[in-house]
Design a protein around this ligand. Structure first.
Ligand SMILES: [Zn+2]
Length: 295
């Protein structure tokens, strides 16, 4: 049964962005254009935050293309050219994008003033407070470069904060009601902040940096734990090869639900113009099903 808190959040978010939440806007990756205010962003996290804060005030170029895994990305000559053509280049962190400052010493890191809550976990945007700070950092930098945009950006930032407030409320209402408290994730350790903030346990097969394949022993251990705890739902990610999740699902009889890391995005999600807010709401919906939560 769907939580009424999630339903309320869906309605409020759809109203806030003045669109149907299922509407496709058919957005396509953009190149920098001469004469425009060009901003380059590393991954989908700064991209979606910039979209929310800037609207159409800038021409945004996403450097890590949709469908590409963010942790393993290496800049190409095309990436370097795109950054050179941009007036501002935003990236998440030196942990996630160690290449950013190397290709542009002017690059602005959006996580520079965040508290170090989970050292070693670069997925800081999974905390709503952090996402809000990142959006504010982005807004401040753009206003400094283009003061004429100040009023428009401040208004967008206020709407973004309202949507985050709605999401936070939905998470705080739903999470304590979950009968099961452990997420078994056939994916990487990208949701540590959700586990930390809402008192859940998170068992992931792959490390936070995605630098190692899971061993046969680790796979056997998670299969054993899923069977012993009679887990009905396991989680995975769109960006990963689905073969391992399907094998584990077959072996255990569990069903697969998806979680979205937001750092990477499929081509379809990009074309749909999925926002941070929508993707985090999708994550809550799936967690609510998988952990048997009520509202
Ligand atoms: Zn990641």
């Amino acid at each position: 049964m769907k939580s009424r808190f999630i339903k309320t959040a869906v309605l409020l978010l759809c109203a806030a962005v003045f669109i149907s939440c299922s509407a496709k806007d058919g957005q396509k990756p953009k190149q920098p254009q001469e004469g425009k205010f060009n901003i380059a962003v590393s991954s989908y996290v700064p991209y979606t935050l910039a979209k929310s804060v800037l609207g159409n005030a800038a021409n945004l170029t996403l450097l890590i293309p949709p469908g590409t895994e963010a942790h393993a990305f290496e800049p190409s000559p095309k990436t370097i050219k795109e950054v050179k053509q941009a007036q501002i280049f935003f990236y998440t962190s030196n942990h996630l994008e160690p290449w950013a400052l190397k290709i542009d010493p002017r690059a602005i890191m959006l996580t520079q003033n965040l508290p170090q809550v989970l050292p070693g976990d670069p997925h800081v945007w999974m905390s709503f407070d952090n996402a809000e700070t990142m959006a504010k950092n982005l807004a401040d930098s753009v206003i400094k470069t283009r003061p004429v945009l100040q009023a428009e950006i401040k208004q967008n930032l206020a709407s973004f904060s309202d949507e985050i407030k709605t999401l936070k409320q939905a998470y705080f209402q739903v999470m304590p009601t979950c009968k099961n408290r452990t997420i078994y994730h056939v994916g990487h350790l990208a949701f540590g902040y959700i586990a930390h903030n809402y008192n859940l346990k998170f068992k992931a097969l792959i490390s936070a940096d995605m630098d190692q394949e899971p061993s046969a022993k680790e796979i056997a251990e998670i299969v054993k734990a899923i069977k012993e705890n009679e887990v009905k739902y396991i989680f995975s990610e769109e960006q990963l090869n689905p073969a391992l999740a399907h094998t584990i699902a077959e072996e255990t009889g569990a069903e697969i639900l998806m979680l979205n890391t937001i750092e990477g995005i499929t081509k379809e999600e990009f074309a749909d113009g999925k926002t941070y807010q929508q993707l985090m709401l999708d994550n809550l919906k799936n967690i609510a099903v998988g952990l048997d939560c009520k509202g």
